[in-house]
Design a protein around this ligand. Structure first.
Ligand code: 13P
Ligand code: SF4
Length: 365
């Protein structure tokens, strides 16, 4: 007789300490059968249980290499999808709370990107002239779109290399969903800003003229991260005035003005490495999500380094935050009982094409 899955309801009211204890017990019973992957933005009460931590590129590489039967992904939806696509067919990918999405990823949908492709076809031949590049922060069907149209996936740590690859295929790029990462990476390659117009999917022909499209090198989707767009150049100016010897590091999802004013721009992994490798006593202003910055500040405090958060107010990735000890305890105890809850399973036809675009990325980076 099949046992009905335990619902989350009975875990919802667990006190944090009890949930933590049950996570520890379930992990001990699961042993190497389950691996917990954690993105750097995870809250501290989840991060402490990670087997592996990393940025999106590192986590997607490791998801393809793990031997565990089950990958419990403490991150957001697209990350668990990537784990499912890159892992072996018998492996299972779990997202502890299905509501942990990425608001930036939701800014581009397959229907809108397909419409853009059709509209571009009224000006040029996109399948001959445009490489579609999707930031890994996107749904699996958009990765599949890139796989189908000779395109590729990128992350915040390999975007310039991926653009190089893309221009080796065709003369133009359609970059979605994050305009900031696309613009900054294009700028680093020497592409003038006026050759990187923004495609607004709510307007006919993206709000562009046929000339703008013909002149463009990179057409940037009108998407952004609501966490990273909170950071302002004025916060950097204030810091520099107060601490002329201080350094600034920012994530490339920040605006062009913030990236231009920073000393270092890079992925979450790069940000952590940069601060950790700096000289004892260094002072840093960091433009990325608060959980990462708080953790980093604590970790380097003993070396006399000071790490300050760029935002004037609390700015966390609210969707990442949804993965809490109660949800993790529920998923792990269910696994102990032989039940899989919150499985992320990308349909086979989509997964195959998305894998093509992801493997192009892994090979090119
Ligand atoms: P990283 O790949 O740098 O970890 O970035 C992921 C992300 O979502 C940043 O907002
Ligand atoms: Fe998405 Fe922004 Fe959260 Fe990163 S910080 S997962 S881009 S909403």
């Amino acid at each position: 007789m099949q046992v009905a899955p335990v619902t989350f309801d009975s875990f919802n009211a667990l006190a944090d300490e009890e949930a933590q204890q049950r996570i520890r017990e379930a992990r001990a019973r699961l042993g190497k059968r389950a691996v917990i992957l954690c993105h750097h933005y995870q809250r501290a009460d989840i991060y402490q249980h990670a087997d592996i931590t990393g940025d999106s590129l590192k986590l997607s590489r490791l998801a393809s290499q793990t031997e565990a039967d089950t990958i419990v992904f403490c991150g957001v939806h697209f990350m668990a999808e990537v784990a499912d696509i890159l892992s072996r067919p018998e492996q299972v990918s779990i997202l502890p709370d299905l509501a942990a999405g990425c608001s930036m990823a939701d800014m581009a949908s397959l229907a809108k990107v397909e419409r853009a492709w059709r509209e571009l076809a009224t000006v040029l031949d996109p399948d001959e002239q445009v490489t579609p590049v999707t930031y890994i922060n996107s749904a699996a069907d958009l990765k599949a779109f890139c796989g189908r149209h000779g395109g590729i996936v990128c992350t915040s740590s390999n975007a310039p290399k991926i653009l190089d690859w893309s221009f080796g295929q065709r003369g133009k790029v359609l970059f979605f969903p994050d305009q900031h990462l696309g613009r900054w990476s294009g700028h680093r390659m020497g592409i003038p800003l006026d050759q990187m117009p923004v495609w607004n999917p709510d307007l006919e022909l993206g709000g562009l003229t046929p000339e703008q499209i013909r002149d463009a090198k990179i057409i940037l989707w009108h998407g952004y991260c609501s966490v990273h767009q909170m950071f302002q150049p004025a916060q950097i100016e204030k810091f520099r005035t107060k601490y002329p010897e201080g350094k600034v590091v920012a994530h490339p999802e920040c605006s062009f003005e913030v990236c231009s004013a920073a000393d270092v721009v890079g992925s979450t992994e790069t940000i952590i490495r940069t601060v950790k490798d700096s000289a004892p006593g260094s002072r840093w202003l960091v433009g990325t999500e608060l959980n990462l910055v708080d953790r980093l500040a604590r970790e380097v405090q003993a070396e006399g380094k000071s790490v300050e958060f760029m935002g004037g107010m609390v700015c966390m990735c609210s969707t990442m935050q949804r993965i809490d000890p109660q949800h993790l305890a529920w998923c792990l105890e269910s696994l102990v009982a032989g039940q899989v809850v919150n499985r992320i399973s990308v349909p086979e036809h989509e997964a195959q094409l998305a894998k093509v675009a992801l493997e192009r990325m892994l090979a090119a980076s």
